[in-house]
Design a protein around this ligand. Structure first.
Ligand code: PLP
Length: 421
């Protein structure tokens, strides 16, 4: 099909040209004396994405699932009790992984469309006076339902119960696109993958561990080899990896971090919020509902849109793909057929979103869903138009004060960063 494929699944996301170019290079010796410059810069700059100064970032050649596993096996022992609310397919899969490692999981089932139930978490922890519970597993942004949970409130609930459990947070579809504050929220293990907010292909599982999490390693008896924090740390300290790293992905990650530094992390979050608001305006104009039950749960990286009774979300997705070259996200597990998802994460702008909204609208009409032609596009376009930054202001906007540090001079293709360095 001519023209670009419109990739609007919530990961993998569009890989910007700059990152593609940065990854397109000859292989080199990952044990050379020059290599640590690349690796140490990544460890340093990744911390800024997690908003931590005390945490330690680990980069595994893996995916988000590998990150889940690394976080658990380095800090827990078979038979340990952990608590995990379940409100979508990804929280479900993480629980399954924990159980297969022999952990005892107290599952708090929550209606899909809501997020982490702070009161119930508090109640459970407060009852555990013997501190048998070793960890709490929270999916910050449940990609299956388009629900974002309030991690700060979860931390408050833990503190109110004076409970010492480790706080594990899956930030696979939030970190780098929705505000995440590892230190402020006292998160012990934060996990992400490369193929969402970081705008890279899949292939990196990134975990950040607090000093408390790192210390838990000493007593954790879950078997681990590939994901061992100890082996990683010994090699990472001097800027190397214990096994062959994926060089293209590491160079891509450096470019991705540079791009986020130039835009400014807070601006990245604001852009995601604004793009998401446009999609939500379209959904309202279509008179459809989001799977997320209330605004407090709305996700800025993915909208899961319920189709009317008797219609199939899978048909919408198939028609969008075959006729309009638009990839929308499917309904997962119990939500299969009930909805379709528009991912609005990563390297995107208003007009790209308008293309996706137009394609979704056309596909919905093609399968007989009664929505007014052009209604969603008009609502989103008006929202984007009325909230656009004036052109002059956009051109003159200073870099955000807490923008990430760029990589060393000469290592970036950006004239703005090169000029500052
Ligand atoms: N957690 C969340 C919230 C996700 O959205 C995903 C994947 O989409 C995962 C975990 C699993 O990540 P991966 O597919 O990279 O293993």
């Amino acid at each position: 099909m001519p023209g670009r494929n419109f990739l609007f699944v919530p990961g993998p996301t569009n890989v910007p040209e700059r990152i593609l170019r940065a990854m397109d290079r000859a292989m080199e010796d990952h044990r050379s004396s020059a290599f640590p410059e690349l690796a140490t810069g990544l460890f340093r700059d990744l911390k800024k994405i997690f908003k931590t100064t005390t945490g330690q970032a680990f980069i595994f050649p893996a995916t988000g699932t590998g990150g889940w596993e690394a976080a658990l096996v380095n800090t827990l022992s078979p038979g340990d009790r952990v608590v995990a609310p379940r409100y979508g397919q990804f929280s479900h899969l993480w629980i399954d992984l924990a159980q297969r490692h022999g952990l005892r999981v107290d599952i708090i089932d929550v209606e899909w469309g809501e997020g982490a139930p702070v009161d119930r978490i508090h109640e459970l922890l407060a009852q555990d006076t013997q501190h048998e519970i070793k960890g709490l597993l929270i999916v910050h942004n449940e990609t299956a339902t388009g629900v974002t949970s309030d991690v700060a409130a979860v931390r408050k609930a833990m503190d109110a119960a004076s409970h010492p459990a480790l706080l594990y947070v899956d930030g696979v579809s939030s970190i780098g696109s929705i505000d995440f504050r590892m230190d402020e929220w006292n998160v012990d293990l934060a996990i992400t993958g490369s193929q969402k907010g970081l705008m890279l292909p899949a292939g990196l599982g990134i975990v950040c561990a607090s000093p408390k999490a790192f210390a838990a390693r000493e007593h954790a008896k879950c078997p681990r080899v590939f994901f061992d924090f100890g082996d990683m740390t010994r090699a990472n300290t001097s800027g190397y990896f214990p096994y062959t790293p994926s060089l293209p992905l590491l160079y891509g990650l450096r470019e991705s971090l540079a791009m986020m530094a130039e835009e400014g992390l807070e601006n990245v979050f604001a852009r995601h919020h604004r793009l998401a608001e446009g999609v939500r305006a379209a959904v309202r104009a279509w008179r459809l509902k989001l799977c997320a039950k209330a605004p407090q749960w709305y996700s800025d990286t993915v909208s899961a849109i319920l189709v009317p009774e008797g219609k199939s979300g899978a048909d919408v997705i198939d028609v969008a793909f075959r006729r309009y070259n638009l990839a929308l996200g499917a309904g997962l597990a119990r939500l299969a057929g009930k909805l379709f998802r528009i991912g609005h994460v990563g390297d995107l702008n208003e007009l790209m979103l308008l293309g996706a909204i137009a394609g979704a609208e056309m596909a919905m009409r093609d399968v007989g869903i009664k929505i007014e032609a052009g209604s969603g596009v008009a609502a989103a376009a008006e929202y984007y138009r009325s909230t656009a930054t004036p052109l002059a202001a956009r051109a003159a906007a200073p870099l955000s004060p807490d923008a990430l540090q760029p990589p060393p001079a000469g290592k970036t293709t950006s004239p703005r960063v090169a000029a500052r360095a």
